[in-house]
Design a protein around this ligand. Structure first.
Ligand SMILES: Cc1ncc(C[n+]2csc(CCOP(=O)(O)OP(=O)(O)O)c2C)c(N)n1
Ligand SMILES: [Mg+2]
Length: 262
């Protein structure tokens, strides 16, 4: 997604560019692409729906999986996670935020702020996978349904459960329980937290990572960095609207250019 979004954004300043990706796409398979979109400060909102697995390909660990976290089959993940926020900080990202898919109260303003940011806004949304419910003994597990279903149409099955919601209180940890008893602890940044103090932000994130809590909120903001358009001097008008005469320098210009290379 990132290279396509970068091209779209570079070619047309008038578009509002929003890209939605996964943790596998962003932190494993497409990590290089994400890194360079951050470096270029592409004017876009980049949302990572982070569930810690490659959901589409049946639940292998992604690079955001925590050490010791177990797969559906029970194997533990042994590799250390890549923290998208710390990654962003180290690459010079200008807007970093983390939210929880079950806490709209916090997430909606974060997404609005990301859309208003004049550069690359990275929002990681912790989005627990519905397959948490896919355990032995459940009559809504994939296995149970496969055994009992009458296959009339070729469709997959997602068990339906009550929506899980949680409201975070700034500065405190909020525990969110899942239907299978698993829990995730979120910590919204405390009042007075300064998202412009890069060193303090990094120290805060490092202090809180690895203790079973997920720090959320607008974590880092820098509005002083030029975006891709300022850095590359892209034209004000969308590329598609430029007339042929402006896009093509002409034969004489080309001959002059080639002469310089001889
Ligand atoms: C370059 C490349 N490698 C591998 C794949 C195969 N593939 C398709 S989806 C996927 C996992 C995506 O995981 P994630 O981004 O976390 O999305 P989720 O399904 O969890 O929402 C993989 C490995 C691919 N599409 N492209
Ligand atoms: Mg995923």
């Amino acid at each position: 997604m990132a290279p396509i979004a970068t091209g779209v954004a570079a070619a047309n300043r008038e578009l509002v560019v929003v890209g939605v990706s996964g943790d596998g796409d962003s932190l494993s398979i497409g990590l290089g692409h994400l890194c360079h979109a951050i470096r270029r400060n592409v004017r876009m909102l980049y949302v990572i729906a982070d569930n810690g697995v490659y959901g589409l390909t049946k639940g292998q660990f992604s690079a955001s999986a925590d050490v010791g976290s177990r797969s559906r089959r029970g194997e533990p993940n042994l590799l250390p996670p890549i923290d998208a926020m710390l990654l962003g900080l180290s690459l010079g990202a200008t807007f970093l935020a983390r939210g929880f898919s079950g806490d709209k109260g916090q997430l909606v303003p974060i997404l609005k702020a990301g859309l208003a940011h004049g550069g690359f806004a990275l929002v990681e949304v912790i989005s627990p996978c519905v397959q948490f419910n896919d355990h032995e003994g459940s009559t809504k597990s994939f296995g149970y349904v496969r055994q009992h279903e009458l296959q009339e149409v070729d469709a997959d099955f997602i068990p339906s459960r009550e929506e899980i919601r949680g409201q975070q209180i700034p500065g405190t940890a909020t525990e969110v329980k899942f239907h299978d008893g698993a829990a995730v602890r979120f910590r919204a940044v405390p009042p007075g937290y300064d998202p412009r103090d890069r060193r303090a932000v990094e120290a805060y994130l490092r202090d809180h990572s690895g203790h079973g809590e997920i720090v959320t909120g607008l974590l880092y903001l820098d509005e002083s960095v030029p975006d891709l358009h300022q850095l590359n001097g892209t034209p004000e008008e969308p590329l598609w609207s430029l007339p042929y005469e402006r896009l093509c320098p002409g034969a004489a210009e080309l001959a002059q250019f080639q002469a310089r290379l001889r």
